[in-house]
Design a protein around this ligand. Structure first.
Ligand SMILES: CC(C)(COP(=O)(O)OP(=O)(O)OC[C@H]1O[C@@H](n2cnc3c(N)ncnc32)[C@H](O)[C@@H]1OP(=O)(O)O)[C@@H](O)C(=O)NCCC(=O)NCCS
Length: 178
């Protein structure tokens, strides 16, 4: 298994991976929603605000994750992980956790201080995320599942309460995704 940074030349392969994986797990309609979201994320996000990481097996994309910049009130460098997909037939073999760890290590290497995500705490806690109350850091959009708002510090310092709004990139600034 090889882990590396996402290259724009693999855009169509990544979109197809997300569509296939989410169609299999959540149904075709959700597969299309996620594929459209990934396409928008890649096409509308400034290069410095988007970090993708991929897992490859024999040159085939079998895992993909994206981190996009999130602007928090205290100005710390922060990214949010969303979305995440591992090829259906390879799920449950550790690729997702290894790919997320690879991505978090990359964020640390470029001095990012905070990572957020929005999803199942049971899964994301395996890679260091913890539920975070909106009294500490507000989410960019109203949350349909507040328990899924998760964060981790990447520099060992406790996350300090922040007052004010949080902003995400345009593709994520869609209340239906939250
Ligand atoms: C969720 C997903 C990314 C996990 O990647 P993975 O490579 O299959 O997971 P790993 O092998 O790294 O980890 C497996 C562990 O996570 C758990 N797990 C896997 N998917 C989970 C999910 N959707 N919710 C909660 N736990 C999950 C497994 O039970 C397993 O736990 P164990 O180690 O205690 O046995 C992958 O299954 C996937 O692409 N699913 C469909 C798309 C999706 O739901 N993406 C996440 C939302 S963006």
């Amino acid at each position: 298994m090889k882990f590396s940074q996402f290259e724009p030349s693999r855009t169509q392969e990544a979109i197809t991976l997300f569509r296939n994986v989410f169609s299999a797990s959540e149904g075709e309609a959700e597969g299309r929603v996620i594929a459209d979201f990934v396409a928008k994320l890649i096409h509308t996000t400034e290069q410095q605000d988007l970090i993708g990481c991929v897992a490859e097996l024999n040159d085939r994309l079998v895992g993909c994750i994206f981190f996009s910049r999130i602007t928090v009130p205290n100005g710390q460098s922060a990214f949010i992980l969303s979305p995440v997909a591992v090829s259906t037939e390879l799920q449950g073999t550790g690729i997702g956790q290894k790919l997320i760890q690879y991505g978090l290590d990359h964020l640390r290497s470029v001095n990012v201080k905070l990572a957020f995500t929005y999803g199942d705490p049971g899964y994301y806690c395996k890679t260091g995320f913890q539920p975070i109350n909106e009294n500490i850091v507000k989410a960019p959009c109203p949350l349909s599942q507040p328990i899924g708002w998760l964060a981790q510090s990447l520099d060992g310092q406790a996350i300090q309460p922040m007052v004010g709004a949080t902003r995400c990139v345009e593709a994520l600034n869609d209340p239906s995704l939250w």
